[in-house]
Structure formats: C-alpha cells, structure tokens
Design a binder for this molecule. Sequence first.
Ligand SMILES: [Ca+2]
Ligand SMILES: [Ca+2]
Length: 360
Amino acid sequence: MRKASFFFLPVMFLLLFSCTSKPGKQTAEDRFSGQVNEQSDDGGIRDSSNREEMVLIPGGVFDMGAREKQFSKLDEFPVHKVKIDSFLMDKHPVTNAQFSEFVASTGYVTTAEQAPEWEELKKQLPPGTPKPPDSVLVPASLVFHSPDTRVSLNNHQSWWGWVPGADWKHPQGPGSSIEGKDDYPVVHVSWYDAQAYVKWAGKRLPTEAEWEYAARGGHNTFVYPWGNELVSAEKANFWQGTFPYSNNGDDGFLSASPVGSFSPNGYGLYDMAGNVWEWTSDWYHAKYYDALARKGIADNPKGPLVSSDPADPGVPKKSIRGGSFLCNDSYCAGYRASARMKSTPDSGMMHLGFRCVKDL
Ligand SMILES: [Ca+2]
Ligand SMILES: [Ca+2]
C-alpha cells in the first residue's frame, strides 16, 4: 500500500494543492442530483426543520480577514468590511451518525468509495503524464502518517498517503472503522459529497464569509473563536508537539475528537477551531479580498466566480475553514478565525468534514 501510494502521489499532487485531492469520476452536477434523487425513498430531500441542532447567527457587519501578523497569510489580507444576513448554523460538524442516516436513506456512494477513471484524471494532468498502474486507480482517500525521516514542511507528500479502502467508514484505511464513533465528525467526504448531504438535509454549505463571521462568535476583534489567547490544549483539538513528527496528544486526541469536546464560541458553535477542516460553498481565490475591499461593504459575498491558487495554477479549489487536529502554530495555525485553506472539490481527506447552515 505504501509503495503504491508513493508511486501515485507525484501524479496526484500535480492535481492537488497543499492538502491534495482525489479525482472523482462524476461531474459536480451528477454527484449533486444523480444518486440522491434516484435512490431516495422521499425524493431525495429530507424535511429537516429540526432547529435544535442549529443556532441563530444574527446578521451584522464585520471586518473579514487577518487580526494579527504573526500567523496570518497573505490571502487573509486586506481586511475588508462584510455584511452578513442572519442565518442558522449547525452547532457542530456533521457527524458519522448523521451521515450514516443520509447514506441509509439515499444509498449515496461517496467519491472516495469510487475508483478514479483515468480518462477523467488525465484531463487535469499535464499532457504526456503516464497512466498510473491499475493497482492505484482504485477507491482510496488520503490518510496522514508521520514521516520516518526529516522532511520539508513544503513537501505535503511526505505525510499524506493515498490509501486504498480509506473512506468515511474507514478513516484510517482498511481495518479501521467508525464503530463507537457516532458522534465524531464524518471525514473523507468530498465537496460533492457534502453538497449532496446538505441538499438532502434541506440546508446548504456556509459561504466563506458566513463561516468566518460565525467563527468570531460575535466578537469582531477576536483572533480565535475563544478570544485572543494563543491556542492551548484546553481550547481546541489541534497538534501538540513537533509537526509532522511527534504528536503529544495533550488535548486528549491524536486524531479527530467527538464533536463538542471543547468549549463553544460566543454563538454556541463547537469545533469551529480544530478537529476537522470544514468545506465552504466558495471557490478559493487568493486575491478575492482585494476585489471585495474595493466595494466598500461587501454584501453577503458568495465567493469568486473562478478559483485561483498561485501555488497550484489551473487547479480549481474550494475554500475550507477552521483547521484540524493536524494544525499547529509551526505550520498553518488554521484554528484562527481568519485562516484560509483550500482543496480540490473531489478531495477526500481524514481531517476534512463540513457543517451546514440554513437561511431563515
Ligand atoms: Ca489533538
Ligand atoms: Ca473545525
């Protein structure tokens, strides 16, 4: 498995960003409507009016972007005014139990559970890229492993493995399971999988602006969902130790944690910092804030029309937010409210999930 993944990763990482992706074999439209609507007993749409798991995020105007310069990245600038209308947001990321209910109801098959098709994959690769062996063109997803030797923090291939059989029911790959983990966030879900779920639930994914506004918990000056104190083991599930080699687990968790294991923010939202990254509806664009800043107050921005990641030209990505159990101050400090990350929409990863929002 390791040998296969190492062979394939150089190909994969041409596609993917810093955190990578998986080639899906369906279009976004296919994945939205096909399986869900065809197989669902109730027409594919669940009447999800249960608001008890959601909290009201009251609308307002806030300053979107970086609050400090130690950890902030260029794509968090310039800080700009954004108006957000009131909306409802899930208190926590979608759990394995919730996703299981969706799959049981619809028969949905996630991206990671399907083999990539070379004809589709090669469209995203430079001409002449050789076809990988069939042994790696199998259902698989990306699983973290600590490297055995010293590696560059710029070399993400060093700690991500393309693991056949890894999917939402097998977060660490074959032999692992989600038994007893009903209240853990679902992972290894692509953006298309998340979209299928929110449609079924009668909800939607948050915009990047909504996500950041909600993460601040009503406090415009906060760096983190809890305030301005630096991250610590009591605040969130992140990486204590030297990333990516040694994880002390001082916060009690070496990987994902049950949702709600740490204190909520000012709006009553759990896990906005750490645990798993969360998909947003927006395309990622490194310069999007420049465009918004010229508007005065941006009114409920829904992301750019096209994606742009200078680190990976030509590969469209969606914005993901909030950081994960792999985040550390030495690397991404993704648990800051303004921190941005990105991933190709067909990515499935062991530290990436989502939560839903709903209009009032
Ligand atoms: Ca941890
Ligand atoms: Ca999170």
